[in-house]
Write a protein that binds this ligand. Sequence first.
Ligand SMILES: [Zn+2]
Length: 497
Amino acid sequence: MAQAQKITPRAQDFSEWYNDVIMQAELADYSPVRGCMVIRPPGYQLWELMQRALDDMFKATGHENAYFPLFIPQSFLAKEAEHVEGFAKEVALVTHTRLKATGKTGADAIIVDPDSKLEEPLVVRPTSETIIYAMFAKWIQSYRDLPLLLNQWCNVVRWELRTRMFLRTTEFLWQEGHTAHATETEAETEARKMLGVYRKFQEEWMAMPVITGVKTESEKFAGALRTFAVEALMQDNKALQAGTSHNLGQNFAKAFNVQYQTQSGGLEHVWNTSWGVSTRMIGGLIMTHSDDNGFVCPPRLAPVQVVIVPIWKSAEEQQLVLQTATRVRDELAKAGMRVKLDAREELKPGAKYFEWEAKGVPLRLEIGPRDVAAGQVMAARRTGGKAPTKLEDIGARAAAALQDVQNGLLHAARERRETRSIRGVTKAQFLEFMNGGGGFAYGGFCGSGACEAEVKHATAATIRVLPDPEFRSPEAPRTCMWCGKPSVAEAVWAQAY
Ligand SMILES: [Zn+2]
């Protein structure tokens, strides 16, 4: 009981609840470095499972992994004008390479050695377009070298003042895909394809429904021609940008002189794309599914999918239930499930239930002496519901229950999003909606950045995407929901993380 009470209810304080869920599930912890977090083993296992699934999908679409330096010469960042403007205010710089001892004690014992000043400072990568395209310039000579399809798994640093675990930290883990193509059409197809990969992963693995679309000029990536995004709606009705994919056009190719000889002998600049998702997705997963008892993890990504809790009073019963529990564990493991048998003697079953609930384990099997006698286990789902299940074919039964939980989570999240989506809004409705809790507001947009800025100022809502056809309203809006001028596209507004 004590453990569950440590989690602040969502209705009371969503942001406190979010931190409590993370701490109780031991996904991450605060670090001695301001703005940086420590990812603890359960959180890292979750990240590894995400990585594995995404990495398989990247490779299945023809990409190879590579690794580029953490440091980028400062001058590289300056080569693409929009790019430098977008990142200038949040970079960490390396200016010196040595410390020296002063002979004093305490904080003054070492100082920066002034003699070690670098001629050109190095930027700790906030993203790697510049260093990667500098290498592309060396590797790409002819049309035969295209397309070049790379991905990098790494950490990046963006100096953040207001941080939040997983959602916004100064250092975070991510992948960045970088590709070069012969034509604009190929680059556009690639950027679109990878957006589709992100959507598939987020819906089928994370059980997190997303809407897809293109960002407006003011929200696009610094240096991109077009930015596409996947956007999800969290339980507090704020949007989370869960991934982006950019058609970079020839902007970087021109800045870094990435040219190729065409089939007819001419010289052309390549067309680039870049695309990324990060540990931010873990924050999205938490805020999509978790409840007041703690973390809820979709089975496909749960580090522990099934926990078995044996229940006994006497030593005789202990032997009996452990025998059956071990057999069940082995059977589930053989069927490919990530399963744990919690046979700790110092904890009562009830305490174990709370612990595994807070840790988000999707399925708990309880086995007591009476269950053994009846040839059954009690199967309790993290998402609710407890029922006896036959020991016979337990592997298939558990697998079916996990699949059911996975489907149920996606369905519930989609329902929740739809009840917090409003279409064809007028200005008055929009203001009421944003002041009354928010969500996804669909309405006409005149295309003007000034209008976007006014809306942001008035409500803190931004255009998340101009949605793809699949997500658009049956009837296209005729006027801008804010200024009343003719609409150029339907937009989805929301307050966002
Ligand atoms: Zn307008």
